[in-house]
Design a protein around this ligand. Structure first.
Ligand code: 6GU
Length: 228
């Protein structure tokens, strides 16, 4: 899978995209991530990328022209992969779920547009954006961290990204339930014990215990997940 990211703050994204599973998936050629600096397409001597909103109001708006120019340069590269979706990260959009992440892994090439300031010119959204994604009901300063979140959610699902093939399948949410509690050595720590069942060696009781814990935790912490 190839992902191109358009952002005014490429430095903000460098570290999250270079470590852990995403970093390793990139090194292994499982995911090909390219970050494009919107500022390089800024207008005039000062490479301007934002301006005041028509109609007034607080905050600045990313201008259409640098966004179109940057997107056109991304589309004009020599990749033989077709762009499947142009995704704008914004809080006024449907929230990313494990199901929508799973669906996106079937795509071969995505362009992510990370807005900053107040937002981006609506004409870019209307003309070229094919999908909009929020990562939750709270406000962040820009789409850069959400874009990193989306890349992480996708990278870990791609074949070969995770060594233990089972690991991504047993993640919280992958089947709609939260994970069971985890323990590692020592068995006794400051008077706190690992549940006996996990040390019993009885795989059937362990499986049953985990299933019960997952249901109990989901009912207590996220009852909304059990609704459908
Ligand atoms: Cl995608 N962008 C911003 N700026 N804030 C958010 C978000 C996105 N998702 C949740 N909050």
């Amino acid at each position: 899978m190839r992902i191109d990211i358009i952002t005014a703050l490429p430095e903000l994204m460098a570290s999250p995209l270079s470590h852990s599973i995403v970093g390793r998936a990139r090194s292994a050629g499982i995911i090909d991530v390219h970050v494009h600096d919107l500022r390089a397409f800024g207008l005039g001597r000062y490479r301007q990328i934002d301006d005041e909103p028509y109609g007034g109001g607080a905050g600045m708006v990313l201008m259409a022209e640098p966004l179109f120019d940057c997107l056109e340069s991304v589309m004009a590269d020599d990749s033989d992969l077709q762009v499947d979706e142009i995704i704008y990260l914004t809080p006024d959009a449907p929230v990313l779920t494990q199901a929508s992440a799973n669906a996106l892994t079937l795509r071969s090439r995505l362009v992510l547009v990370a807005g900053h300031y107040k937002g981006i010119d609506q004409r870019f959204r209307d003309a070229v954006v094919t999908m909009e994604v929020s990562i939750g009901d709270y406000v962040l300063s820009g789409g850069e961290l959400p874009a990193c979140v989306l890349v992480d959610a996708l990278a870990r699902l791609l074949p070969g990204a995770i060594s233990d093939a089972e690991s991504a399948l047993t993640d919280s949410f992958q089947d709609g339930l939260l994970d069971a509690p985890l323990y590692t050595r020592p068995a006794s720590f400051r008077g706190m014990e690992v549940p006996d069942v996990l040390r019993s060696g009885n795989h059937e009781s362990i499986r049953a215990w985990r299933e019960r814990m997952r249901e109990e935790r989901t009912r207590r912490i996220r009852p909304d997940l059990l609704e459908d």
